[in-house]
Design a protein. Structure first.
Ligand SMILES: Cc1ncc(C[n+]2csc(CCOP(=O)(O)OP(=O)(O)O)c2C)c(N)n1
Ligand SMILES: Cc1ncc(C[n+]2csc(CCOP(=O)(O)OP(=O)(O)O)c2C)c(N)n1
Ligand SMILES: [Mg+2]
Ligand SMILES: [Mg+2]
Lengths: 323, 360, 323, 360
């Protein structure tokens, strides 16, 4: 795909900030994939590699007090919102210092201090939870908004439609972001969707709905900025369908093109459109190198923190059943 | 609005169960702006049999509103709002409909506090009414509280009288955990003395409603009323029945039940639900585990017939335990080998006319 | 509303047949309402009065081996498909001779011999059940189709959307018929639907979707005939939204305009468009009178049968738990 | 396809649980054109851990197909197709996901035959896998069979070995009722001798897997394997444990369990689920009701810790019963007042390597 232009109004700082965020997610996930075979990570991992731009492009326009929600494939959402990296790695290591005290693992990250809702491993279940936060945000009246990220498969669950109707009915400040990577585990859309007229369908609830078929973090960010601004001003919900691509296997650290359910050729198109590489190339070498070095240091520290942290004490099994 | 409230400060008034529920919610909404009430038809003129009457007029449509027919998503909305600091009361006119939101209740509400390492709380109340009689039938009559008792992280309460209905509702709204609130619709019209001022009925403390020495009857929800009636009938047959109301099923005041059973050495648990893997199985199993055979306690369970609920009265009547069948079972237990005895059905039929009056 | 013309191709026989079917439903329901206060009927009743034309217009184009499914407000569907009237009344009386042996009551009628699926009292639950029959019909390959009737409220349940997607994905022979009477119990659409663009939404699944805003049994029948013909020829699902009006209270025998949740004035519009009266007027007096007399006789016999039938024996409580 | 089938007619071969499941379904699909298999990912290259491998190639996409992520509607489709005369096998890779289709299972599948006066039947199989270990966590590890045991009209089976997996699957497919089929994923790799020819394991007949005189261990699903291991450890400590596998939970062969408990006078029910209102509560309650204190039976329940399932191994290990905790509990029961005893953890850890080899 032809690389789109950098839109007017995007300055070097923006490029640096967006690059840092995407690159950081990419490298964290690669580091997770690297250590995974050592069994230091204690739960299944669903990596965001290749899908970083969706989380970053949207979350870049949010305030710290805005709320985000992601799924078991939510590492990018968690990191893009600025939630704690060492606590994330420690959580995957099953350590007491983890963001969920070691009880949630990779599929249930939570970044309470940064308004990152806890992730759910049951597809689609986090959508109405995010909607409840949007109801609270509206009642509060402080202009906070909610962004909820989910996959193409989640749109097949009835609860997604119930949520759209309720959000539009009450004009709740929530941005629905569908990360359409064309597969649910190994099953392609053709076996799951009667048509791909998703945006058209969502629009019938009376909310703006846009599809971004090409990876362009600037375009996504610009679109999100406009929609979120309207929401803060009291507008209702909006919907984005972002085409993207999962570079690794559904669950686990490796590539899986050998399995044959999707062509390696498709991958090349997405590698060509990789936003991490694209923004990196837009930066001066020295600047990029400095960012990269920061990130590597941060990651090394996070894994060291996780390694050094203790496992929960036995009696922790019985805490937190009731508040 | 609340005719019973006028006058006598903090005093007790005879109040109907349905009015007690409404008064509790109104007082909590008054006290705490985070509390809101939603669910299908909470704001229509029937007002969930009157249990939400006047709330929308008093607190406005932002705090009292109906919803689309979307139980699954609406339950998620309640959970999310609760995590965000609000205190939702989600109303369902039939417990049967909770089957549509089991995923949210079991996989999120029950687990969030634990799964997220204590970082979030889910203070919500799920009001669910159990229907009975007049051909409610298979899908409008189920008491499914056992399913919620099975999953750690959910509290389950089933008040049997107006006093406890108010006290439990206030406690449930103030609780920082999801509470499944079981309301039997035939109790709505029953009256009890209820304090006017807000008060909490503490969860995990059973009440001995009637003391006795020959047999312990543990009733769940409306079955407390049926057990009390059975106890009156048994008294006339010379059998002294103790009636225990657990009030809350999770947490369960096991000690009170066990102590009573040790004393009477006969325990019958009567539930408004099926017995297989039911609350009655749980209570009986715990008593037997802890007391052991040495305590010499005979145990029995009574509940729905092991069938689907039929609509025709000729069969529906036999689907449920009633004062007569409870009394007969207790009699058999207390007089093994004795002659069969069944109380005068006429007198047994009065269960829901007899108004519950304490003691508190 | 102006009375529409009788379309070409509709002969006296058609008018007579449609009139008889609608009039029969109307009178049965009126008779049910009449006896209801006597407590001879043993379960809550949700009457179809006013909505007869929807069931009759669609079902008139179906074959006996086609399948229909309705909700707790399904008396019209049951009768229009030709299921047994005495067994229906006996069922409401809780008698052993009832269509469900007295175990189901008014909300769970079933007309097995006429392929009327059992009705469910949990809103929307019968929709995927009907879909399962459509899957079986497609596998069978004999051109049978399924028509499923549900209210406006049922479209708010997630399962409705899951069902639309699956039906369209597998091109199943099922006609979805929404009887939009504008209310769910006492709650108007405005409190439940974000927009009324239902047909537009359903169409995005890739199936024909039409709204009939005016009561016209001939127009409905014509539309249904075309859609069903395509289905038999191997076409996929289709959708109809029929505006209609519940003349009585949600549950129970009486009118309820005094409750004030909907204006009596609206009712007049629907009385003016009443298809029972309209078709009756199109018939010669003698012919109409003969039909009416038949119906009254049939109804009297059905109630007599119900009265005379025994209640189930006690041991019936324990039969049919398992097959 | 089925490497084990070659050669010895009707003979028994060592077969893995997962292959036994697949063979059973394939043989029934061969025999009966009405049988079809569907559910998320049944037709991908992973083939539900191999349990559906080769089926789509052999029977085609009309009889073996994946679905959208729509558990609720898909369950309705299975029920409707079953009512229409087909015999669906609906596959779920986690039992936890059944919470999304509880309404269809509880309010329709369980009730249709009864609610419609016997006019319809719902012959369907709901395959549901229970996950464990490697941080499956709160939502991928639940054994929720008790919820289905609670509702009349559903059958529930939980085979513990490859032989029963095949026999129960064939019986379930041939059954005219909805059958919830519980499969523990850690059993998939365990081997047993399995007849090549189709056969049924009759529901409602428990198997005494190992005879003993001091204590009765009733295990559910994979807990049978853990109990057998515990029994070996107990033998070394001089305690003779009888191990009973109910195989089907509904219907439940109560007589066999009761007879064993009467003999050993000590009963421990070990479930792969929570105990509150669980299968263990049901079994214990029934034994105590029927045997009475006079039989002198001590009863205990073991199951999940009363918490949500954590992911970290340091806590997850303590969430489940295991041969060591089971053996210790049995020892305490058999040697009251005796010195504490715990088996060598090394030897106790072997449960899933030891292959189940009958007796049949
Ligand atoms: C309700 C539910 N059904 C099935 C599964 C099993 N499952 C886990 S991930 C997944 C695919 C989801 O696909 P999508 O929503 O597109 O997200 P992606 O993994 O592609 O990011 C499935 C089916 C589940 N976790 N929850
Ligand atoms: C799942 C579910 N939620 C709520 C109810 C209570 N209820 C019974 S009928 C009804 C209204 C349904 O409205 P609609 O679908 O438009 O059908 P109508 O009664 O208007 O024909 C409701 C909410 C129910 N039976 N099932
Ligand atoms: Mg996807
Ligand atoms: Mg309606």
């Amino acid at each position: 795909m032809a690389t789109p232009m950098v839109p007017a109004g995007i300055g070097p700082d923006d490029i640096g900030r967006l690059y840092r965020s995407m690159r950081r997610i990419r490298r964290v996930e690669e580091a997770v994939a690297e250590v995974y075979p050592t069994d230091r990570i204690k739960s299944p991992v669903h990596l965001s590699i290749g899908q970083e731009a969706v989380s970053v492009g949207v979350i870049d326009v949010l305030r710290e007090d805005d709320v985000v929600a992601g799924s078991y494939r939510g590492h990018a959402v968690y990191l893009a919102k600025g939630a704690d990296l060492p606590a994330m790695i420690a959580e995957m290591y099953g350590k007491a210092t983890g963001c969920a005290a070691g009880k949630g693992g990779s599929m249930h990250l939570i970044g309470a201090e940064r308004n990152v809702l806890g992730a759910s491993a049951v597809v689609g279940t986090h959508i109405p939870i995010a909607l409840g936060h949007a109801l609270a945000a509206k009642r509060e009246g402080a202009g906070r908004v909610v962004a909820v990220f989910f996959g193409d498969g989640a749109t097949e669950e009835g609860v997604f439609h119930e949520s759209l109707n309720f959000a539009a009915l009450h004009r709740l400040p929530i941005l629905f972001v569908c990360e359409n990577n064309f597969f649910a585990i190994h099953t392609p859309l053709a076996k799951r969707w009667a048509t791909d007229r998703l945006c058209e369908r969502v629009a019938t609830y009376g909310m703006p709905a846009h599809r971004l078929a090409e990876p362009d973090v600037f375009a996504l960010r610009g679109l999100a900025a406009g929609l979120v601004a309207e929401m803060r001003a009291g507008g209702g919900p909006a919907f984005l369908e972002c085409h993207t691509w999962r570079w690794r296997e559904h669950v686990g650290p490796a590539e899986d093109y050998a399995a044959g359910y999707r062509p390696r050729a498709e991958m090349e198109r997405w590698e060509a459109g990789d936003q991490v590489a694209r923004l990196g190339a837009l930066l001066p070498d020295a600047g990029r190198a400095a960012i990269d070095a920061d990130i590597e240091r941060e990651i090394a520290e996070a894994f060291a923190f996780a390694e050094a942290s203790p496992f929960p004490d036995e009696e922790e099994l019985f805490t937190h059943v009731f508040a | 609005m609340f005719s019973h409230e006028g006058g006598h400060e903090g005093g007790q008034r005879l109040l109907r169960y349905v009015d007690a529920l409404r008064e509790a919610v109104a007082q909590e909404m008054e006290r705490d702006g985070r509390v809101f009430v939603f669910g299908l038809d909470v704001d229509d003129h029937k007002a969930i049999q009157g249990s939400t009457a006047g709330l929308v007029e008093r607190f406005g449509p932002e705090r009292v509103f109906t919803t689309p027919l979307s139980e699954d998503a609406m339950t998620g909305v309640a959970i999310g709002a609760a995590m965000a600091g609000m205190r939702p009361v989600h109303v369902h006119i039939r417990m049967d409909f909770l089957m549509l939101c089991m995923n949210q209740l079991v996989n999120i509400a029950a687990k969030a506090h634990y799964m997220y390492g204590g970082r979030v709380r889910v203070p919500m109340v799920v009001r669910s009414m159990i229907g009975k009689s007049w051909g409610q039938g298979a899908q409008h009559s189920q008491g499914l509280h056992a399913m919620f008792m099975h999953v750690p992280g959910l509290k389950v309460v089933a008040p049997s009288n107006a006093h406890d209905a108010k006290g439990c509702m206030i406690a449930a709204i103030r609780d920082d955990n999801p509470v499944v609130f079981v309301e039997h619709r035939l109790l709505y019209g029953t009256e009890a003395y209820v304090p006017e001022a807000p008060f909490e009925v503490e969860f995990g403390r059973a009440r001995v409603c009637r003391e006795g020495s020959d047999v312990t009857l543990v009733g769940v929800s409306n079955m407390v009323v049926e057990c009390l009636r059975a106890a009156e009938l048994l008294a006339e047959a010379g059998i002294s029945a103790e009636v225990v109301d657990p009030i809350s099923l999770v947490p369960l005041d096991h000690a009170t039940i066990l102590a009573s059973a040790r004393r009477t050495r006969r325990l019958i648990v009567v539930d408004n639900a099926w017995t297989s893997c039911g609350a009655s199985a749980e209570i009986v199993a715990r008593v037997c585990e802890e007391a052991g055979p040495g305590a010499g306690i005979e145990v029995r369970r009574m509940g729905f017939a092991p069938t689907t609920c039929p609509t025709t009265p000729s069969l529906e009547a036999r689907f449920y335990p009633n004062p007569s069948t409870i009394a007969s079972a207790a009699y058999r237990l207390a007089r093994p080998g004795g002659a069969e005895w069944t109380p005068d059905p006429e007198r047994a039929r009065l269960a829901y006319q007899t108004q519950f009056r304490g003691p508190f």
